[in-house]
Design a protein around this ligand. Structure first.
Ligand SMILES: Cc1cc2nc3c(=O)[nH]c(=O)nc-3n(C[C@H](O)[C@H](O)[C@H](O)COP(=O)(O)OP(=O)(O)OC[C@H]3O[C@@H](n4cnc5c(N)ncnc54)[C@H](O)[C@@H]3O)c2cc1C
Length: 408
């Protein structure tokens, strides 16, 4: 039985230090520029590809770390550098995981390399699930995929919104309804390659934060993709739909639990991103408080400032521990009996919002300007309580899990 430890092993420390170096030397210096430009930072993604950070191999290595800490550690370091740029680097991973989780070996081998491209010609991918009328309420998707048996093609119609890398991706993974009777169990995922007739980018959003990450609508107007673009294949889909119909008749409880387990396992990664942003702002505030003098002494000499920093650090460390616990539970196959994955995402994202706000306060007027990075970090932090399930949805999941009641 493995000995209990709360320390990273030597190999993990080496990876962490390497990522931290990249975040400090390449990501952080570029952060303000790409935030202002509100564009995908292609040269930084290219640098990440050159050193091996922007690649499926890198994510696979972290994902299969038997302690479960590989992904949270990587996310914390990259997002410590800058949230917008880091999301541009890891955003493709969301789509890649969609293919890894549901695709056949052939689909994985064909599409994942096209999602990343190579260091001389980097590509990105997009995961398109959310729609204008289906955000928190994922079961109400309207994008429809209909099978044209004569041609062995799927015809997809609908509008996706909020897609990270939407419209600029080389590969879009699109979630669509194949059986409207089955709610979220009647959904399937499709590969839609760039250049497919009928696929277009809608509006590109001008955002409050993470502005170096491209977010846009994706319009699918009679898009036709071959049968081979249905992730997992038709036979598996038909079997899955048949099982879902039987389960729905039997009450549907197991269906809900399987979907929830997947989210519980992926949410800590977003918690780790939030920890990275919170830690970055806290460090800036600590340095500033030690050097800024008012009334003839450093401002940290005042308990009012020092206690804020003490609280900030305590909450960041508590957030990381919740993230690590949930990541360890996921990799060890422990049941999430208290929705520990949602707990970690809820606490870390709320902490990031709060701590980055406190950092602005500690920097005073400077904190409010773009001369210092904390105002950007505060804008960036606001996303963590929204995407991958809002804070309210996390609370709903936790409360339902704890009580066993259908709380609304
Ligand atoms: C920058 C950015 C990037 C994104 N990237 C992607 C992506 O790559 N792919 C993708 O598919 N999606 C993506 N999303 C979408 C994101 O996941 C959704 O925005 C999120 O799930 C919330 O949905 P919504 O915006 O429609 O809000 P709504 O669901 O309309 O929620 C509005 C408010 O109502 C509250 N609310 C809703 N239902 C309840 C309830 N039952 N109880 C209590 N409160 C409730 C919410 O908590 C929220 O405060 C992204 C979003 C943003 C902003």
């Amino acid at each position: 039985m493995a000995e209990f430890t709360m320390e990273l092993n030597d190999e993990q420390k080496e990876v962490r230090d390497w990522l931290h170096g990249f975040a400090a030397d390449v990501i952080r210096p570029a952060a303000a520029e790409w935030d202002e430009r509100e564009e995908t930072p292609w040269p930084v993604i290219q640098e990440a590809a050159k050193v091996g950070i922007y690649s499926l191999d890198f994510y696979a290595q972290q994902y299969f770390d038997p302690t479960g800490l590989g992904i949270p550690m990587a996310m914390e370091e990259l997002f410590w550098g800058d949230a917008g740029i880091a999301l541009s680097i890891v955003g493709t991973g969301l789509a890649a995981v969609g293919v890894l989780a549901n695709g056949t070996e052939e689909q994985i081998g064909t599409w994942i390399p096209q999602m990343y491209g190579d260091a001389s010609d980097v590509k990105v991918a997009a995961f398109c699930s959310s729609e204008p009328d289906a955000g928190s309420d994922v079961a109400s998707l309207r994008t429809r995929a209909v099978y044209d048996e004569a041609k062995d093609e799927w015809v997809i119609n609908g509008t996706k919104t909020w897609a990270t890398n939407g419209g600029i991706a080389n590969v879009h993974v699109v979630v669509a309804v194949v059986d409207p009777e089955l709610g979220s169990k009647g959904h399937a995922s499709f590969i839609v390659p760039a250049g497919t007739p009928g696929l277009a980018q809608g509006q590109k959003f001008k955002k409050h934060g993470i502005r170096a990450s491209h977010t846009a609508e994706v319009v699918l107007d009679n898009v036709r993709v071959p049968g081979s673009c249905l992730l997992g294949g038709k036979e598996k889909l038909d079997e899955r739909l048949a099982r879902a119909r039987e389960r729905a008749k039997a009450g549907g409880e197991r269906v809900k639990n399987a979907a929830m387990a997947t989210f519980e396992a992926s949410r800590p990664a977003v918690g780790a991103m939030a920890v990275g942003t919170a830690r970055a702002a806290y460090e800036v505030a600590l340095d500033y408080a030690k050097t800024r003098e008012q009334f003839g002494r450093p401002i940290i000499d005042n308990q009012g400032v020092a206690f804020q920093l003490a609280d900030m650090r305590t909450q960041i460390d508590a957030a990381r521990l919740l993230v690590w616990r949930a990541s360890w539970m996921a990799v060890s196959g422990k049941p999430f009996t208290a929705a520990e994955g949602s707990m970690s995402k809820l606490y870390a994202s709320e902490t990031a919002k709060k701590v980055t706000g406190q950092a602005i306060q500690i920097l005073g007027g400077n904190g409010y300007t773009r001369e210092y990075p904390v105002e950007r970090m505060h804008r960036d932090a606001a996303i963590y309580t929204i995407f991958e399930g809002t804070s309210e949805i996390q609370r709903l999941v936790i409360a339902r899990t704890l009580s066993g009641m259908p709380i609304r």
